[in-house]
Design a protein around this ligand. Structure first.
Ligand code: G3P
Ligand code: MG
Length: 239
């Protein structure tokens, strides 16, 4: 079972910052997951929420701020004073951290609340390259966005994100179409997900921070887990 560092090594470092990604890049995990939004002046930035309030000393929506404005805020101190001065990274900066590693990169498009027109094309222009495309998976709760990814760049793996368990996720996945299922942990062990796995679909579960849940998912044949504690899970699952 593969391990993805969720928002970087976000249990030990401020989520979705370069220091959290550099920490993950040092680990022999399979991959790293991160979330992308679009600024007012059309820059791709890596942050989880639509607003910057929870993870910075600023307030407001990413979509209403320019990159320069966003860069004036501290995205480290909320986690610990040790990380004071961390700034919001662009997608390009995060990709650079992994330019010479072999980590797989899961880019989650956060266009499910605000549509972020043009985001898919911008992301593809950065990742649809010989050196990156074989280790990228693009996921979203916005299934229209991953449908567009598949139309524009069929060779890039896509994943539909779900919180709920579906009766027949395989049929739905084929209807989008998308390649993989990224599921909230309880949904990953329901019969629909097991059926998808039996049909060769990669099923990855989030967010798995407890060893006992990792054991349960592994025994169900889940392809990968997303965890905030990649080092802990790596030590546990490789022992
Ligand atoms: O991509 C897996 C997981 O990150 C989805 O949920 O809210 O943590 O982005 P969220
Ligand atoms: Mg995410």
């Amino acid at each position: 079972m593969d391990i993805f560092a969720h928002r970087g090594s976000s249990g030990t470092h401020p989520e979705n910052t370069l220091i959290a990604f550099r920490e993950a890049a040092q680990l022999a995990v399979y991959g790293v997951e991160f979330d992308v939004h679009l600024t007012k002046d059309d820059h791709l930035v890596v942050i989880h929420d639509e607003r910057i309030d929870r993870t910075s000393n600023g307030t407001g929506f990413v979509k209403d701020m320019t990159l320069e404005e966003l860069r004036s805020y501290d995205f480290g101190s909320w986690f610990s004073s040790e990380f004071k001065g961390e700034i919001i990274p662009t997608l390009e900066e995060v990709l650079d951290v992994f330019s010479t590693s072999s980590h797989h990169l899961n880019i989650e498009l956060k266009s499910d609340i605000f549509p972020y027109i043009g985001m898919v094309e911008k992301v593809l222009s950065l990742v649809n390259t010989e050196s990156l495309k074989s280790r990228i998976v693009i996921s979203s709760f916005d299934h229209e966005a991953i449908r567009l990814v598949k139309m524009l760049a069929p060779q890039i793996e896509t994943a539909a994100l779900f919180m709920e368990s579906l009766v027949n996720p395989l049929a739905y996945l084929q209807s989008i179409p998308a390649d993989a299922l990224h599921l909230f942990m309880p949904a990953a062990i329901r019969s629909g997900a097991l059926d998808a796995m039996a049909n060769g679909v990669n099923v990855r579960a989030f967010t798995v921070n407890e060893e006992m849940y990792a054991d349960a998912l592994k025994s169900c044949g889940v392809t990968a887990i997303f965890t905030d504690y990649p080092k802990k899970m790596l030590d546990y699952l490789s022992s």
